[in-house]
Write a protein that binds this ligand. Structure first.
Ligand SMILES: O=C(O)[C@H](CS(=O)(=O)O)OP(=O)(O)O
Ligand SMILES: [Mg+2]
Length: 240
């Protein structure tokens, strides 16, 4: 298995993605929220690249059973039903609903990775399930959402833990690009909980009174769902 880790989705194109399985990671907080939402019974998540696109999509799919979710500078977008805190996506709120989502980094990352054969959402919360889901693939591109195009330690740490899990699972020999080697080394060097809290994104969340989100995002294997992008909609394969 060849594994590449991209620290942001800038410049990620068809050449790297075609024929590969892409795993999109945005630990703080988009993929953690997506995993929580689908584990809570949300029907589908529509990632959008802008608030304008989100509103247009709402008009086209209709408001029934549809919730607008997302953030700007960590806070819920005005007029949206939900922000981007994983704890908002409870079964009472999202079960059976379609979620139109727009966040600063994570939703765009999905759209940037869509030309891969498969596009999977990963976070610490569903890392074990993702490990099983990708164990047999030939080529894996781990696309870290990053933060406004820059390196995000939290995403790369999660990428490194995925590589460690694949190595422990005894899949065929791993051929790592330099980015993947660096990500795995980071996973060996940094404890997740403390590190997430010390990242720029973690500090901003704490400053916004959302420090509990950081703790939620640092938890391993709390869900066994593996969300996948299919024709620009993120769902659980076979209905979950
Ligand atoms: O919602 C989040 O925590 C972040 C906000 S920021 O870009 O880190 O300020 O957005 P996300 O798209 O989940 O990375
Ligand atoms: Mg993020």
């Amino acid at each position: 298995m060849k594994i590449d880790v991209r620290f942001s989705v800038e410049g990620l194109g068809d050449a790297e993605l075609s024929g590969a399985t892409a795993v999109v990671i945005d630990v703080l907080r988009a993929t953690t929220s997506m995993v929580q939402a689908l584990a809570s019974g949300a029907k589908a998540i529509y990632p959008t690249a802008s608030t304008e696109e989100a509103v247009k999509l709402l008009q086209s799919i209709g408001r029934d059973d549809t919730l607008l979710c997302g953030e700007r500078r960590t806070r819920r977008i005005e007029g949206y039903h939900l922000g981007n805190s994983p704890s908002e996506f409870t079964a009472e709120v999202v079960a059976g609903k379609r979620l139109i989502m727009n966040t600063t980094n994570g939703t765009r990352a999905f759209l940037a990775a869509e030309s891969a054969d498969r596009v999977i959402a990963a976070a610490f919360n569903n890392l074990g399930a993702v490990t099983v889901a990708v164990a047999g693939v030939e080529r894996l591109v781990i696309a870290c959402a990053g933060r406004s195009g820059a390196f995000a330690l939290e995403d790369t740490l999660c990428a490194g833990h995925l590589i460690r899990r694949l190595r422990a699972a005894g899949t065929d020999p791993l051929i790592l690009t330099d980015g993947a080697i660096a990500a795995e080394a980071l996973a060996d060097a940094f404890p997740v909980g403390d590190t997430l809290a010390s990242t720029a994104a973690g500090r901003d969340l704490a400053e916004a009174g959302l420090g509990d989100d950081v703790a939620d995002c640092a938890r391993f294997d709390v869900h066994s769902v593996v969300p996948e992008l299919d024709d620009r909609v993120i769902r659980l394969p076979h209905g979950g």
